[in-house]
Design a protein around this ligand. Structure first.
Ligand code: URA
Length: 230
């Protein structure tokens, strides 16, 4: 028995939240936006991906990850047999584009984070992937940077969280960044396929109140897994 609302109820609550966000003026980012980029995908997804914030293309289209970073994200998803419209939901830490693509400020993140929290509660994914420093630090409540955080699955409020680089870092950086992202997505594939399970799965009908102070490392990729995509 669970108190979780049905998938239809969750989809409709998610839509109500998106409607609320569409007219949000809680912070100054609202003044410069073309569209609120609330999120996209399957409200019943096993995998929820959390980026940083919309860029120019996302602001114009009102959809997350539709530029070059999004193409790379789709490629990485495809390599583990996932597609953004099917069992995947994509959102961001802030829902409106920071001017000139600057980093979101802490006050903007704090103002916006209740939307993300509600998205996580309603979608209730098996695994959350955080892309880059902003989402990883926010959800894992840490000041540790992504280079140190990545490479592991963490147990996070009765589910897994896999932090990895932002695709923009792979586009800018070395082939190694991309290989490391592939290795991290290998962990995601393991969770989605049920090859990696929590010792004591927790029925999560409630929103994560706050992430735990110290994330618990539950899985690291096996060495042979690193070669999977070579
Ligand atoms: N980068 C992000 O973090 N989010 C997007 O939606 C697009 C690019």
């Amino acid at each position: 028995m669970t108190n979780q609302p049905s998938p239809e109820e969750r989809a409709s609550q998610l839509q109500a939240l998106a409607d609320e966000a569409a007219i949000c003026t809680r912070c100054d980012l609202s003044g410069g936006r073309t569209n609120v980029v609330f999120g996209y995908g399957d409200p019943d997804a096993d995998l929820m991906i959390v980026g940083e914030g919309p860029g120019r293309h996302e602001d114009e289209q009102g959809l997350p990850f539709v530029g070059r970073s999004g193409q790379l994200l789709d490629q990485l998803l495809g390599e583990i047999d996932l597609r953004r419209e099917d069992n995947v939901y994509i959102g961001n830490v802030v829902k409106c584009r920071p001017p000139g693509n600057r980093d979101p400020r802490q006050d903007e993140i704090d103002t916006c984070k209740s939307y993300l929290r509600e998205q996580l509660r309603l979608i209730d994914p098996k695994v959350v992937v955080t892309l880059g420093n902003f989402s990883s630090k926010l959800l894992l409540r840490t000041e540790t940077g992504i280079t140190k955080l990545r490479g592991r699955a963490y147990e996070w409020w009765g589910r897994f969280l896999v932090p990895t680089f932002h695709p923009a870092a792979a586009l800018r950086g070395s082939a190694r960044v991309l290989e490391e992202m592939r290795s991290d997505f290998g962990l995601v594939a393991d969770v989605v396929a049920g090859r990696l399970q929590l010792e004591e799965p927790v029925a999560s009908s409630d929103a994560p109140p706050e992430p735990p102070p110290e994330p618990v490392v539950v899985a690291e990729p096996a060495f042979d897994q690193l070669g999977l995509f070579r």
